[in-house]
Design a protein around this ligand. Sequence first.
Ligand code: BTN
Length: 326
Amino acid sequence: MKGKVLSALRSADGYVSGQELCEEFGVSRTAIWKVINQLKSEGYSIEAVPNKGYHITGFPDVVSASEISSRLNTKWAGRTVKYFETIDSTNEYAKKMADEGAGHGLLVVADEQESGKGRRGRVWSSPKGKMVAMTLLLRPCMRPEKASMITLVMGLAVARACKRAAGLDVQIKWPNDIVINGKKLCGILTEMGAEMNEIHYLVIGTGINVNIEEFPEELSDMATSLLAELGKRVSRAQLIQYCLEEFEKCYDIFMETQDMTGLMEEYNSLLVNREREVCVMEPGNEYRGTARGINKEGELLIETEDGSIKEVYAGEVSVRGIYGYV
Ligand code: BTN
C-alpha cells in the first residue's frame, strides 16, 4: 500500500487529491493520511494543501521496500522486496529464504551489511547509506554448470544501469567486477543451492559503491564509487530499479539459449581485459596470455604465447592485468 501511494504521488503531475487515492486503493481517508505521515517520517517531503491534496516534492536516498516497489516496472524481478536497515549479509539471508521456499525474483536489500561477503572468503565492506547491497533469488530450470554465466548476465545489467542512472561508461572485468577508469566499482557474488543435475536456487549478490566519498588508503588505488567518478550523488533506489529492469531483459535473452549467444557481442564490447595481456590464476596453475573475449559459454578465451587458445571457466579463477588489478 505504501509503495502504491508513493508510486501514485511520484507519477502525478502536481497534486493528487486524498479522495482520488481513497478511491484508487479502496481505503479510508484516515488510512491514506497514516501512509502520508509514515512517508514523511521516512524523509519524503510531502505538501498537503486543503482542497488540492498531496504533492511530493522531496525524495530521501532510501532503498526501502516501498521506495523500490514504487519504481519497479518488472514482470518478476524484485516483485517481492525484503528490506533491512542492517543485516549480516543479503546473500546469507536470501539463501535462508530460498531454503524456506521463497520464490523466483525475491529481492533482498540492505542499507548496511555487517558481514558483507566477497569472493574467495573476502570481506565486502558495506557502510550505511552509501552502497547498493542487494541479492536476487532465482530458480532457473537449468543445469548447474551453466550457473556461473548468471554472474556475467548481472554484470551486463549493472553496466547498463550505471549508464542509465549516471551516464557513465563502465567496463566489465570478467567474470564478476564492474570497473571504471581501472578501479573497481561493483562486485558480484553468485552462490548456488543445487544437486548434481538440478539447480534449486541461485542467489546473485551485487555490491555497488554508490555514494562513498573516500576509500581507505590501501584501497584508494583499486576502488572507486559513482560519486567519486561523477562528482555528484546518485539515487541508489533508481540504480536498483535500473539494475533489475536491465537484468530481467538480459535474463530473458540468456534463457532463450541458456548461454551468452544473444549477449556476447555487447558483453565483449564492455570487457576491460579484451586484447590485453593478463595473468590467469587458477588453483595450482598460473599463466599469462592475451584475453580475446568470451565465448557463448561465458568462458574467457586466452591466447597463450604458443598461439593456442585456452577457455577459462569462471570458477575459482582470478584474472588480473600483468601490472595490477585490470
Ligand atoms: C566480490 O567482488 O568479491 C563480490 C562482492 C559481492 C558483494 C555483495 S553486497 C550484496 C551481497 N551480499 C553479500 O554479502 N555479498 C554480496
